[in-house]
Every structure is written in C-alpha cells, then in structure tokens.
Design a protein around this ligand. Structure first.
Ligand code: GEK
Length: 254
C-alpha cells in the first residue's frame, strides 16, 4: 500500500510521487518552472533537495504558535502545496487568526486546494504574485524558500512591504539557499549539498541538469546581504536560527 509522505508533524494524504524529472538526458535543459510536472512530484523533490526542510517546516509551526496574535493574519508567501501553512495552523491557538497562503503557480495551488480542509484557523488561498499582494495586520510572515526566486532588485521592495504590513513585534521567517563570499566555502558548501542529494538517491545527471535549470532562476545571496537588507527596511534584528550546509532559515523581528 502506498504510504502518505510525512511532513512532520502532519502528513499529506496524497500518494508521494518520486521526482525523476531530470533523470534522463535532456538535449536542452529549460529554466526551472513551477508547472504541473513539478507540482506533482514536489513533496518528494523538496525533501530530497533541501537539507533540513522538515526541521524548518516543524519550526515554522512552533514560531507561528509563539508569534501569532488574536485577530491577526499569518502569511505564507510562495506556499507551494501548503506545508508551512499546515504546520502553522497546527500550532496557532489564539482566536480569530487566519492564514493567507499565496502562490503564483496555479498547478501548486490546485493541489494545495485538493488537500485543504477547513479548521478553526482558516487557510485562505490566493493565486497571485506576492509582489502584488496587499499585506496588512500581519503577526507572522513566512517566506520559506521563495525570496530566492525574485529578481535581486525586487527583493528590497517586497521586504519593505512586509515590514510595513507587520504589527509591532511581528516576525518574518525567511528560509533561503545561501551564497558565501569566501570562494573555498562556496565550493565546499555546494559540494556538500550535492553529496546530500546523492545520498538522497539523485544521480550525477539529475543533480547537474537540475543545477542548469535553476541557473538564473534561483539566485542565492549571503546571509550578510539578507541581514543588511532586512535592517535597512526597518527590522530591529535578523538572526539565523538554522543552517544545514548552504540552506538556512532566519527570523527577523519588527
Ligand atoms: C514550502 N514555501 O513547501 N509570487 C508568488 N509565488 C511565487 C513567486 C512570486 N513572485 N515566485 C515564486 N513563487 C514552500 C516552498 S518553493 C521553493 C516554496 C522551492 C512560488 C513558486 O511558485 C513556488 O511554489 C514557491 O514560490 C517556491 O514551504 O521549490 O525551492
């Protein structure tokens, strides 16, 4: 019998489909897109590609449980299939709080909707570009591996909008693939990430074709760049709470 794929502390009821999108030689590798082929295999893809993904999802729930305030909104920006939203919902205990989950991939949101049940803390889905979204009355905002897909010059404006939409003492949780200033560190961390992917069952071909697909689509920055920009838009502090090779998660406080 097929096993449901676990996103601790909850599980997707859908059958996980193995990601083999880059397993055969592709004459031309197109830029990575969040289309239906990706949405279909996404739970398997992200868990086998992002070191620490499950730990981060669990922690986002715990952080939401701590920072969500009554009568406020928690935003999950670039929600994909809703792993962070479900984890937040499981931990939010305050009254009259809602989660707004946003993505501009219709394929992702269709799948999210198909597994969504409504409970005490509602989850509202919005199919839109997060740059066009109105953010207000927010106690928690999550950008879990989403900011890295925005053009570099668009990031400051989005973060300023998030800062302005957050309530006093609100929190922004950002997870990103990182770059490093030091060339040896950069090479080492990329190698370690590839070793992680190999250990997860990806072949050299899959790793290299996926890397080509993500070039110019996923643009990592150093933690110092993120921290400096978060402070420049007004956050009083921004600190790392998790890092596993070149994947990290940080929390910025208003
Ligand atoms: C998770 N947070 O499982 N507007 C809206 N959505 C966007 C935009 C944009 N401008 N750019 C990218 N996306 C999820 C994982 S995946 C990360 C996030 C990854 C969406 C895109 O469609 C995709 O669903 C998501 O951001 C990034 O916790 O695949 O590495």
């Amino acid at each position: 019998m097929a096993q449901g794929l676990t996103f601790a502390p909850f599980s997707f009821s859908m059958t996980p489909i193995k990601d083999s999108l880059y397993s055969q030689p592709l004459g031309h590798v197109s830029g990575f897109a969040f289309d239906d082929n990706v949405a279909k295999v996404f739970p398997d893809m992200i868990q086998r590609s992002v070191p620490g993904y499950q730990t981060i999802i669990t922690a986002i729930g715990l952080l939401a449980g701590r920072f969500a305030t009554p009568n406020s909104v928690c935003y999950d920006l670039g929600c994909s299939l809703g792993a962070a939203s479900f984890s937040m919902r499981q931990n939010i205990t305050v009254e009259n709080c809602k989660i707004v989950a946003v993505d501009n991939s219709t394929a992702m949101l269709a799948r999210f909707e198909s597994i969504l049940t409504q409970e005490k803390t509602p989850i509202e889905l919005q199919c839109t570009d997060i740059q066009d979204l109105k953010i207000e009355n927010a106690s928690v905002v999550v950008l879990n591996f989403t900011l890295q897909f925005l053009a570099l010059e668009k990031r400051q404006q989005l973060l300023a909008k998030i800062y302005n939409g957050l309530l006093p003492n609100g929190a922004l949780i950002i997870s990103e693939k990182l770059a490093f200033d030091d060339a040896r560190q950069q090479e080492l961390q990329i190698d370690l990430h590839h070793a992680f992917k190999k250990a997860q069952g990806y072949s050299e071909l899959e790793i290299s074709q996926k890397r080509t697909a993500l070039e110019n689509v996923l643009i990592p920055e150093t933690f110092a760049q993120h921290q400096q920009r978060l402070k420049s838009v007004g956050f009083s502090s921004a600190e790392l709470w998790f890092q596993y090779f070149n994947f990290a998660s940080f929390i910025a406080l208003k």
